[in-house]
Design a binder for this molecule. Structure first.
Ligand SMILES: Nc1ncnc2c1ncn2[C@@H]1O[C@H](COP(=O)(O)OP(=O)(O)OP(=O)(O)O)[C@@H](O)[C@H]1O
Length: 245
């Protein structure tokens, strides 16, 4: 087995007001894994992503991340309304001071893989919620992330759009070969997307269960509606219920 890309070793996070968001968290994420993080509200899922991204530093234990090329998408697409789709996608490349030619090449690629090339001159108010999230994904892709953090990106979308975006992210994962950490409240979404599901409990936030997902790279309806899928979702649900009892 290769060295993990992300390691949380005995990590504790206590905020200045005394809130213990995480206690004794041990997680090792191998390159090429797609982890779904599931757990009740307030169990520290977003805090874990913030630690992995370097936005926060844990108050105890060790957090190690083997790359600085990190993509991060949030529930809100956070687009700049006055910029076109292309200019929004180019934002981080501009901040990184990439040359105009390199930026154009990366933006073209990112717009292509999220299927928005035809909309590059639109402004955010002309897009659906799902399209805005695709712009947000493309913007993160421009940095060619080796680690891609998703903080409940599709929670606000209708189920149909969400399922399509789940397939889009799976497609990106298979094509770009990043390592993914995907926070969600949805058990089916977690099972559909992930290679491994990590279940967290609250007060304090900690890992209470891990489930390897036995499905291969090709997912789709046949997997989503299979008895094995329902069985695994049920096991995870029992684990979560145990955490909330
Ligand atoms: N800056 C902060 N100061 C104090 N407490 C905080 C801070 N940020 C988060 N918390 C607390 O830490 C705990 C974990 O928060 P976090 O946002 O990581 O949970 P979560 O599992 O992502 O929740 P949700 O599913 O509702 O988004 C919560 O109790 C939250 O109130």
């Amino acid at each position: 087995m290769s060295a993990p890309l992300v390691t949380f070793d005995d990590v504790t996070m206590t905020f200045p007001d005394g809130t213990v968001a995480l206690a004794d968290v041990d997680i090792a994420i191998q390159p090429g894994e797609f982890i779904a993080l599931l757990g009740p509200s307030g169990c520290g899922k977003s805090t874990l992503l913030r630690l992995a991204s370097g936005l926060e530093t844990a108050t105890g234990g060790q957090t190690q991340v083997g790359t600085r090329q990190i993509g991060y998408v949030f529930q809100d697409a956070t687009l700049l309304p006055w910029r076109t789709v292309r200019k929004n996608v180019a934002l981080f490349a501009e901040l990184d001071d990439l040359s105009a030619g390199e930026t154009r090449e990366r933006v073209d690629h990112a717009l292509g893989v999220v299927g928005l090339t035809a909309f590059e001159d639109h402004r955010p108010h002309q897009l659906s919620g799902g399209m805005k999230m695709r712009v947000s994904l493309a913007r993160a892709l421009v940095n060619r992330p080796k680690l891609f953090l998703f903080d409940e990106p599709f929670g606000a979308l209708d189920e149909f759009t969400r399922e399509r975006l789940n397939d889009d992210v799976r497609g990106l994962f298979l094509r770009e070969r990043f390592t993914g950490v995907f926070v969600t409240h949805s058990i089916p979404e977690a099972v559909y997307m992930a290679t491994r599901v990590i279940v967290m409990g609250a007060r304090p936030g900690r890992v209470i269960g891990e489930f390897a997902v036995p499905f291969g790279e090709e997912r789709g309806e046949a997997v989503r509606y299979s008895p094995e899928f329902a069985e695994l979702a049920n096991e995870i649900s029992q684990c979560l219920k145990g955490a909330m009892a």
